[in-house]
Design a protein around this ligand. Sequence first.
Ligand code: NAG
Ligand code: NAG
Ligand code: NAG
Ligand code: NAG
Ligand code: NAG
Length: 393
Amino acid sequence: MLSKRACSGWKPFVLCLPAIFLFAYMLPVLELHRHSSVQYQHKEKPKKSDHLVLGPAAGEGLPDRLQCQGTEALNKTSIRTFPNDSQSEDLVVFVTVFATYNSTVDNGVNGRPVDLVTVGNTSYDKVERSMAILDVFINFIQVTMPQSDIIILTDPASELQVDRDKVTVHPIQGEYSRDKLMLQRIRSYIAFLEIKLEEQHQRQGQVRHYIFTDSDIAVVNDLGQIFADYPNFDLALTFRNNKEQPLNSGFIAVRGTAKGILRAKAFLQEVLKVYSSKFMKASRMLGDQLALAWVVKSQPSFDIRRFTRREGFVDEIGGASVLFLPCSSYNWTPPEGAGQFHGMPLDVKVVHFKGSRKRLMLESWNFLNSSSSSDISDMLCLILKSGRAKYDF
Ligand SMILES: *[C@@H]1O[C@H](CO)[C@@H](O)[C@H](O)[C@H]1NC(C)=O
Ligand SMILES: *[C@@H]1O[C@H](CO)[C@@H](O)[C@H](O)[C@H]1NC(C)=O
Ligand SMILES: *[C@@H]1O[C@H](CO)[C@@H](O)[C@H](O)[C@H]1NC(C)=O
Ligand SMILES: *[C@@H]1O[C@H](CO)[C@@H](O)[C@H](O)[C@H]1NC(C)=O
Ligand SMILES: *[C@@H]1O[C@H](CO)[C@@H](O)[C@H](O)[C@H]1NC(C)=O
């Protein structure tokens, strides 16, 4: 059952025999068990790991997947920079919604223990952890896309301050409580696009494209190229071969022309409408993704079988030209168990540290920044080998 789901639809993996799959699946489980039985002898269930657990690198022997020897990459990727001198002056701006924790409430000072997590040589409480993730999100963009600005949309009441080069905090009124955050996020995106639309009248020449992302991602290669490679889309989404949730809401790119912004805004307004009317009861993390999929699938001409393929494609959805990019390259998530991507494509551009993978995000940055001999490709090997474990935050 698992192997069927993991393999179906991905033509190059017709050789994905259950035996190979089982082998690849068992090893990290054993590895995890070995570690946890040493550490937590008195507990029945293994705790989430508080240190990196290196397993085998998925995709071994596949010609289009990253090959690793230890944490050394045998395939080195170079960062494609955009814009280059000759072509255009377009810029990419990253936009993320960030809700601060309330340290009085969330760090439990009233008699409850403060739960500290140590990564490298630094201990973080809950509030510090979320700030560390934001910091590392910024670090990666400044390494791979140093020309890019970063805009953080947040609750005016949070009084968030981020003192970093090329980073701006942009307060937008709204309800940023945890249980309404996904709904608020779409609202904030729409409000932001409205502001940018008004500014279009004063702007000339240089186009600023927007990429809205979660802040638990690492941008590991230049993303500006999509705007040149696919010159006609208004907005871009990332898709995967998953029936219930084919679209991930953690990455939405918007072409920074008046037309692109206008159409992306209308598209998101439709998603917001569907979210509010159909999916308010969905788990607080899923409503926006269900609404996204609903809007796309309700386009009568849309062929959902395209989500089983690996290539990007463009389709018209309710008046907008939407580019669908494969999650395997633009929103790659460490496999955690089943290994749905069978390794890491050589052209991976975004790694998404969803759920219990946040430790891995900080460890990855520490790895990249600590040793002069390691580069991004080596770090990708570290991520590929460590990604099957569930970590402590
Ligand atoms: C990646 O590295 C492996 C091992 O060195 C090599 O066999 C393979 O051809 C490389 N792949 C590409 C696309 O260069
Ligand atoms: C800029 O990009 C174009 C098209 O991708 C390429 O042909 C050209 O060689 C690049 N120039 C530089 C200086 O990298
Ligand atoms: C944090 O929570 C406390 C206690 O509920 C409240 O008084 C305070 O206003 C909150 N601070 C912010 C910034 O929301
Ligand atoms: C932690 O501290 C030790 C000893 O001071 C040092 O050797 C090591 O490089 C530090 N590790 C990190 C990740 O900063
Ligand atoms: C990278 O490491 C250096 C030396 O350990 C440290 O001073 C610097 O703050 C680190 N950079 C970031 C962005 O964390």
